[in-house]
Ligand binder design. Structure first.
Ligand code: GDP
Length: 446
């Protein structure tokens, strides 16, 4: 989403770095470039002005730091001000002292509300809450059904009006759901409300009525980041009409210019609480202003990467694999490699993972060329081997290789290639013993 902005900022900083000393004119011209970059990324004009003014003010009073050169200091200030624009601290859900905590979701049709209900439910469940999704969108004929499907995928129960009871009253359904949650000991209730194609009186009134009926602890406005400045305007209208506590940005994986994401917290004066960046239920996380800022500045998002790794990597399996690599009793085999590769893939598409590394922006084209199918092929080849072959590739003679190639649907040369690369990589890892990242043997071509 922030590709162009990242590129532009990177070139501003690169230009500065190439100069030994910064004159006032250098600083002025880079501020101008940053301003244009932000405007071109569709950031709200008021926000841009405020941002540039804040950065300039700090630059004037800048004390020469011994640790940082002038360019680094500018990057640091821009980073800090960007974090401030994005809302400062990460804002977490305020849970009720007396459960259930009620979270109401509102937004336009197609914003991604229903999907988000599932994502939020799944996320809460992973933290040992027992959430209940409530279908209070009775406008669209298919909405209840859609929420039920999402709930099933997320492993979260859905409270919905009995089928055949006519259109039903969403306010009554919402009210009943709270009683139901109390009786059945659900501790978080997520109320999905009806959306419209545009903000209108009727939508506002219904949302306000549901809000009055369930008295939510958090009212979240879900907004599609791809719709640009309209996102900011709808959020504002909605906040004035109904009142919101926080915003959820969806479709951050899209290729829109990202200005909405950068403007909304400041214009609204409300925090962005969650970010949704894909159609899958796991494409979802708390919104961290600091991490987003470092991503935009091309400083990478290593914290998110580490967190994802912690979540998905099986520590025991990785430890075993590392031990083998470091010359333990058993040799690191293709089976260990397969296990590690699968864990890595659980973190998401490789291009997404690598994209979080600092400086990844420079290798964007290469990253986009990572062919996941090639990795599928590697997996297929290893899966066509017997356990014994995976443990000890030295037994792979011609006929075994031919059999494996046939099983995996590839040419024998692909099997040879994989085996050779694996043996080389293992040799390299062994010779480095102790260095490198456990569990991530540097397979060329990966
Ligand atoms: P609702 O009308 O607000 O309930 O919106 P839906 O949850 O039905 O979502 C509308 C469409 O957007 C669906 O096709 C979703 O799969 C898609 N969608 C939702 N969130 C995201 C996201 O973060 N990224 C992408 N790429 N698509 C999303």
């Amino acid at each position: 989403m922030f590709d162009t902005l990242q590129d532009r900022l990177a070139s501003v900083f690169k230009g500065l770095r190439s100069k030994g000393r910064l004159t006032e004119a250098d600083v002025d011209s880079s501020m101008r470039e940053i301003r244009i970059a932000l405007l071109e990324a569709d950031v709200n004009l008021g926000v841009v002005k405020e941002f540039i003014a804040a950065v300039k003010e700090r630059l004037v009073g800048l004390e020469i730091s011994k640790a940082l050169n002038p360019t680094q200091q500018i990057v640091k200030i821009v980073n800090e001000e960007l974090i401030a624009i994005l809302g400062g601290e990460t804002r977490r859900i305020r849970f009720a002292k007396q459960p259930p905590t009620v979270i109401m979701l509102a937004g336009l049709q197609g914003a991604g509300k229903t999907t988000l209900a599932g994502k939020l439910g799944r996320w809460l469940r992973s933290q040992n809450y027992s959430p209940l999704l409530v279908a209070a969108d009775l406008q669209r004929p298919n909405a209840v059904n859609q929420l039920q499907i999402v709930g099933e995928r997320a492993g979260v129960h859905v409270f919905a009006p009995e089928p055949g009871n006519g259109v039903g009253d969403p306010i009554q359904v919402a009210r009943d759901s709270i009683t139901h949650a109390r009786n059945k000991l659900y501790d978080v209730v997520i109320v999905d409300t009806a959306g419209r194609l545009g903000i209108d009186e009727e939508l506002m009134r219904q949302a306000a009525d549901i809000k009055a009926a369930v008295n939510p602890h958090e009212t979240l406005f879900i907004v599609d980041a791809m719709i640009g400045q309209d996102a900011v305007n709808t959020a504002k209208a909605f906040d004035e009409g109904v009142g919101v506590d926080g915003v959820v940005l969806t479709k951050l994986d899209g290729d829109a210019r990202g200005g909405a994401a950068l403007s909304i917290a400041r214009v609204l004066g409300k925090p962005i609480m969650f970010a949704s960046n894909g159609e899958k239920l796991e494409d979802f996380d708390l919104f961290h202003p600091d991490r987003m800022a470092s991503r935009i500045l091309g400083m990478g998002d290593v914290l998110t990467l580490i967190e994802q790794a912690e979540k998905t990597f099986d520590a025991e399996q990785s430890r075993e694999a590392a031990e083998k690599l470091l010359g333990g009793k058993n040799k690191f085999g293709l089976n260990d490699f397969l296990g590690q590769m699968r864990q890595l893939r659980k973190m998401g598409p490789l291009s997404k993972i690598i994209g979080m590394l600092p400086g990844a922006g420079q290798f964007k084209d290469a990253i986009n060329e990572i062919d996941e199918r090639e990795i599928d092929r590697i997996e297929a080849i290893i899966c066509s081997m017997t356990p014994k072959e995976r443990d000890d590739v030295s037994i792979l003679n011609g006929s075994r290789r031919a059999r494996i190639a046939k099983g995996a649907g590839v040419e024998v040369s692909a099997v040879n290639n994989l085996v050779n690369r694996f043996v080389d990589a293992r040799k390299m890892m062994e010779s480095m013993a102790g260095g490198g990242m456990p569990g991530m043997p540097g397979m060329p071509g990966m």
